[in-house]
Design a binder for this molecule. Structure first.
Ligand code: KG4
Ligand code: ZN
Length: 330
């Protein structure tokens, strides 16, 4: 008999519900995006995000159940993002999951959002070959980690300031793009000449990242060149990001044993970054593990898949003891 989890993800600005089995097959997935609400503010407005989650969560659960045609009795447990994320948004998902757990008599398991992103590479037939090097690049986080096996994750380097997704969004806003800007930035970058020599902070130093200096350099350039070429700024920025990513991954690959490179998180939807990841893997003869583009950005399917890890092995509950952010407390 199939094992099925109902996943709920409300950590930021998307209300998402999915039903997934332990092999990563997705039976239904509903993502209600809030981009139109937040676009005017140039970023996520937390109070509006929580309110939209309240309005959307029950209809999204109803739709996920009816899309899959799976009766509630067949669901083993509910997995819900417990953090990191916006507190008000998380509370909507958590409280809904707890209420449903009580009324349906199901176990409710709080899932670390980053653990969900890691598992996104195994949705719909993907398989991580261990030991693996993980590059997580999202709107909230950026780090490199080593996974000796499914249970053993060690952080190699995180960002000292902005995440890569945040830098994409902030630079996008500077050049007049809506929120989130990642995709539009990539589209512009693909056409641009990339002639501006923006800095690559910390590029030769260790495995930590720093993006705020790059972001400030873009701001200074725009201030000093009011007639700037939007495509050139976007492409020069993305080239700097790619350069940083390639150097850091190369350094990590030489330092730790790995058979695969896994790139996850919203920015892993970028065709330009995916292409670079492919080149790195060809150069070092590694397996490339990428989530399908659709499952790179936040979704409940990855949370549902990660739930199996928590059920099967309690030790997965504290996956990143070395991270600066005390994730264990979420
Ligand atoms: O993982 P995610 O959905 O949310 C967090 O956990 O933070 O990542 C969102 C980030 C945003 O910064 C967004 O601009 C970026 O992912 N993003 C992209 C692309 N699609 C989304 N960045 C670059 N290229 C894309 N195609
Ligand atoms: Zn995320």
């Amino acid at each position: 008999m199939k094992r099925l989890i109902l996943g709920i993800e409300t950590s930021c600005d998307d209300t998402s519900v999915a039903i997934v089995d332990e092999h990563g097959t997705i039976y239904s997935s509903v993502v209600v995006a809030q981009h139109e609400i937040h676009n005017n503010f140039g970023g996520v407005y937390p109070e509006f995000a929580s309110r939209a989650h309240i309005a959307n969560i029950i209809p999204a659960i109803d739709e996920a159940l009816s899309q899959s045609n799976i009766p509630i009795e067949d669901i083993e447990a509910i997995g819900v993002t417990r953090g990191p994320g916006l507190v008000g948004s998380l509370l909507v998902g958590l409280n809904t999951a707890i209420a449903l757990g009580v009324s349906w008599n199901k176990k409710v398991i709080g899932i670390n959002h980053l653990r969900g992103h890691l598992r996104s590479a195994e949705l719909e037939g993907g398989e991580i070959v261990y030991p693996a090097l993980i590059l997580l690049v999202s709107g909230g986080h950026t780090f490199l980690a080593h996974m000796a096996d499914k249970n053993t994750i060690s952080l190699l380097g995180t960002t000292r300031d902005d995440s890569i997704g945040e830098a994409y969004d902030k630079v996008g806003r500077m050049i007049g793009l809506g929120y989130p800007a990642g995709r539009a930035m990539d589209d512009l970058a693909a056409k641009g000449p990339g002639t501006i020599p923006f800095p690559r902070p910390l590029i030769h130093q260790g495995l930590e990242f720093s993006l705020s200096g790059l972001k400030s350099a873009v701001k200074r350039y725009i201030d000093n060149n009011p007639d700037y070429d939007q495509q050139d700024v976007a492409s020069s920025f993305v080239e700097a990001v790619i350069d940083i990513m390639v150097k850091k991954c190369t350094k990590a690959i030489k330092k730790v044993e790995c058979k695969s490179l896994v790139m996850v998180g919203g920015v892993a939807a970028s065709p330009l970054l995916r292409e670079e990841a492919k080149k790195i893997c060809e150069k070092f003869d590694l397996n490339l593990c990428l989530p399908p583009v659709k499952w790179s950005t936040d979704n409940a399917a990855m949370i549902a898949l990660a739930t199996f890890d928590y059920i099967d092995n309690e030790q997965y509950i504290k996956p990143f003891p070395a991270l600066r952010i005390p994730l264990e407390s979420y």
